[in-house]
Design a protein around this ligand. Structure first.
Ligand code: PHE
Length: 487
């Protein structure tokens, strides 16, 4: 059927309905609606179409299967041989339980206690359910409402609402349709035929094609947000573009003893090639060696034989605090109060699970100034986390080789309704700062957190593998909105 055919049929009937047209022409109802819409788009006065809604019944897939194979009760009935069958044998039939109870309540079968078998009570039955479903498929009018409700309860049929249109001739009714031109061509201009040609008007409501576009991964969006927060607070970004770091900067400069378990290969990835670093600032290196082995600056040190070979070993950096150490060392050269931050990747040889990968991103803030206190650290943490949308904080004493005191940071997550650990912080030890040559009265407060944790919370992602790695659903990346940390 096309537009003109529909108009011809309407011409004969004067009024009709799209559902009737679909049945009479044996085509899909949606197709008829499409034709009606295209006629209306051409000229809304050719026909009038009034939307109507009809309720009707359709078979569920279970209903369809009964229509094909018979009702469960009929099947139970048919399965019973003339001399009966033990009830448990009957139960092997599909849907035997329902079939059995329906057949019992319809009085088709009974249990003969004298032989302990289920037997037929009548010689033949009519499978009313199957017959009704067949009728319902054509029209539901013949079936009693109570039966319909019964089948609905048994989930064999469901009520659906069908939207259709009542059609009448419009004020400018015609059965011939001039196809409107959609494009102005050079030919039309040359011949002048454009003057008399009817053009289709533009549909400004039409949705355009979806464009291919690049998009930022959630981690990058949250990184951009956190970077913005640091910049607004007057922090300068540290250069973090070296994933490979010497053990010296990753551990030794941070007063992390060479026997410390974190330096073990279980936690740290050591490099085979290049295996080690050279060219450390000699004078500083000697001070680091001394503070580890002998102490100084009011500290006893660890009292072990510090090995340069151990310090030379290259690792994938296990924290961005290695970068902070390099920054503080160069700051000592010409000290002025400074605020630094970094957000970049670190590597740890962890057991992989739903929340841990062998690499993740660390967010780190560092402030160096005269006479800073733990109170300053707590204050700045409140300021920083408030901007991340976390206003309730708790601190718990912790241990890091390079900070004293150290605090774990917990925040109350309103969405999850519980306290979660969000970061780690502390004041860098004099054993770390003084060998670098920082003035004695200078204190350095610092904190670190992972970028993944807040990102997973904000985006409601429970498994880190849904966020990072080959199993990431690219559509998730495309459709996730920009995430506002303060909301
Ligand atoms: N480097 C610490 C970690 O890996 C984080 C931290 C940074 C702790 C600065 C204290 C001070 O967890």
């Amino acid at each position: 059927m096309d537009s003109e055919e529909l108009l011809n049929q309407l011409n004969v009937k004067n009024r009709t309905n799209t559902l009737d047209l679909a049945v009479e022409n044996k085509i899909d109802h949606q197709k008829v609606i499409g034709i009606v819409n295209s006629i209306l788009a051409l000229n809304s006065n050719i026909i009038t179409a009034v939307p109507v809604t009809n309720k009707c019944w359709e078979l569920t897939s279970e209903g369809e299967s009964i229509l094909l194979n018979g009702s469960y009760e009929a099947n139970v009935f048919k399965y019973i041989p003339p001399d009966g069958i033990p009830q448990k044998d009957l139960m092997s039939l599909p849907h035997a339980k329902i079939g059995f109870s329906q057949a019992m309540s319809k009085g088709w079968i009974s249990i003969d206690r004298s032989i302990n078998k289920v037997v037929r009570k009548t010689s033949s039955i009519i499978d009313q359910v199957k017959d009704d479903l067949a009728k319902l498929k054509i029209s539901s009018d013949e079936i009693a409402d109570s039966a319909k409700q019964d089948y609905k309860k048994r989930k064999l049929i469901r009520e659906v609402i069908i939207k259709s249109f009542d059609l009448k001739k419009g004020p400018e009714f015609t059965t011939t349709i001039t196809k409107l031109e959609t494009e102005l061509t050079p030919d039309m201009i040359q011949s002048g035929s454009w003057k008399t040609t009817q053009f289709k008007s533009y549909n400004f409501e039409a949705l355009g094609q979806t464009l291919d576009f690049g998009c930022l991964h959630p981690l990058l969006k949250v990184r951009a947000d956190i970077r913005q927060i640091f910049l607004e607070m007057g922090f300068t970004e540290m250069p973090t573009n070296n994933f490979v770091e010497s053990s010296f900067w990753n551990f030794d400069s941070l007063f992390q003893p060479q026997q410390h378990p974190a330096r073990d290969s279980h936690d740290t990835f050591f490099l085979d090639e290049p295996k080690s670093s050279e060219n450390f600032p000699n004078c500083y290196l000697n001070k680091v060696k001394d503070v580890h082995s002998k102490g100084g600056y009011g500290s006893q040190g660890y009292g072990y034989n510090w090995s340069i070979e151990e310090a030379k070993k290259n690792v994938l950096r296990t924290h961005t605090t290695a970068v902070s150490a390099r920054m503080l060392y160069s700051l000592a050269n010409n000290f002025k109060p400074s605020k630094y931050f970094s957000i970049d990747r670190v590597f740890r040889n962890e057991t992989l699970d739903a929340t841990h990968l062998a690499e993740f991103h660390q967010v780190e803030g560092v402030i160096a100034d005269y006479n800073l206190t733990l109170g300053d650290l707590i204050g700045i943490l409140y300021m920083f986390f408030e901007r991340l949308g976390m206003t309730e904080l708790k601190f718990k004493p912790a241990y890091n080789p390079y900070t004293e005191p150290s605090m774990e940071i917990f925040c109350y997550h309103k969405g999850l309704g519980k306290w979660i650990e969000i970061g780690n912080s502390g004041m860098f030890r004099p054993e770390m700062l003084l060998p670098m040559g920082l003035p004695e009265k200078v204190n350095v407060i610092a904190w670190g957190l992972s970028l993944e944790r807040p990102t997973m919370i904000k985006y409601g992602i429970n498994n880190i593998r849904d966020l990072v790695g080959p199993k990431v659903n690219l559509q998730m990346v495309q459709i996730n909105p920009i995430c506002r940390l303060d909301k």
